[in-house]
Ligand binder design. Structure first.
Ligand code: PLP
Length: 362
């Protein structure tokens, strides 16, 4: 019950163990096509370029920046936590001109500040932000932020690593141009794959680049030759065949439940956890309307040895919760209720374990 990887559904574990067939086998191509359409369902998009990158969420992030940002492009990164900071670092490394819009950790990105910044900088071409900031448990209003970016004709890059499957993500409705996620958070698959989706506008920017993409492995021009629906798919890299079996199964499970019902389940289990945690005097660090149901960040009471508690949870209860990152290290715990792990039994188990650990260690 940390910030990911979440518990993997046993159905996904058994899919991983199917015999490995060739990455150019016609049957595997059929499975790839199903994965694409299941990902379109999960992301709520008709984008043709909707595929898993063969590497973890960080590679999906890097794929967006290395394909879309050309040297000299002005890019606004709205940063309110660890992952926004990584987006900014990506812009620097691909030679973009970074304009950083920083927000206090634990607060959502402020739409008015983005509007003001874009009106002062009419030559910005890309806006990037994290939908669900896993380092603090805060949700930014992606729909509103996209609307502002679109008013200034900017492309939007959206990090959906922790949001996909846990709260609403609607790429087409919100007009997101490039989005990436991760297999191991609310999709409850094994780590190591990054679902990614590019709009037509993003593809156009990619096709019109003046310089080649500064990464061979992540160049989407090459990757799409392998993932495109046509007959003449060609070898790019050896796809992680079994991991893709796993993702396929995880997405089928999500579709069987239905997106709305999955979001509902995440919210209900969050409410149950919230009530219990507040009942033992723990306080959330994020204001109510912006809390992520899948990542619950609470302050650690002054008198508590936080490491001893996490050690006791792990050793005595076989339970992992997350520590704080960066400036929040030692100050908060992060309790994940992601995907398959978001259930009533886990909530009660965690609360009881925490109560016992707290009473033993105080
Ligand atoms: C976990 C996470 C990532 C990175 O994903 P990895 O699979 O660990 O590379 C990026 N962004 C956010 C918001 C995340 O929670």
């Amino acid at each position: 019950m940390g910030p990911g990887p979440s518990d993997v559904n046993p159905r996904v574990l058994s899919a991983l163990g199917r015999p490995t067939i060739g990455h150019l086998d016609p049957q595997f191509f059929m499975l790839m096509d199903e994965v694409k359409s299941l990902l379109q369902y999960a992301f709520k998009t008709k984008n043709d370029l909707t595929i898993p990158i063969s590497a973890p969420g960080s590679a999906g992030m890097e794929a967006c920046f290395v394909n879309l940002v050309e040297p000299g492009d002005k890019v606004v990164v709205c940063s309110n936590g660890v992952f926004g900071g990584r987006m900014a670092e990506n812009v620097r490394r691909v030679g973009g001109q970074l304009i950083l819009l920083e927000e206090e950790w634990g607060k959502p990105v402020n739409p008015e500040k983005l509007d003001a910044l874009l009106s002062k900088n009419p030559d910005v071409s890309i806006v990037a932000f994290v939908h669900a900031e896993t380092s603090t448990g805060v949700r930014s209003d992606a729909e509103h932020l996209c609307r502002i970016a679109k008013n200034y004709d900017c492309l939007v890059i959206l990090d959906c690593v922790t949001s996909l499957g846990g709260i609403e993500v609607s790429l087409d409705e919100w007009k997101v141009d490039a989005a990436y996620s991760g297999s191991q958070k609310c999709l409850s698959c094994v780590p190591g794959l990054s679902p990614l989706s590019f709009s037509d506008a993003a593809l156009k920017k990619l096709k019109n680049r003046k310089s080649p993409v500064n990464s061979w492995f992540l160049d989407l021009n090459l990757i799409t030759d392998y993932w495109s629906g046509s007959e003449k798919r060609s070898y790019h890299h050896t796809a992680p065949v079994n991991s893709i079996y796993g993702l396929h199964e995880a997405l089928i499970i999500l579709k069987e439940e239905g997106l709305e019902r999955s979001w509902d389940r995440h919210r209900q289990n969050h409410v149950l956890l919230r009530d219990h945690l507040e009942g033992i005097g723990l306080r959330f660090i994020v204001d109510e309307p912006y809390r992520l149901p899948q990542l619950n960040a609470v302050s650690i009471p002054d008198s508590v040895d936080e490491q001893a508690i996490r050690k006791s949870l792990l050793n005595d209860f076989d339970l992992e919760i997350g520590a704080g990152l960066g400036s929040l290290a030692g100050k908060i715990w992060r309790i994940g209720l992601m995907g398959y792990a978001s259930n009533n039994g886990n909530v009660l188990y965690c609360v009881n374990a925490l109560k016992e650990a707290l009473s033993k260690n105080s």
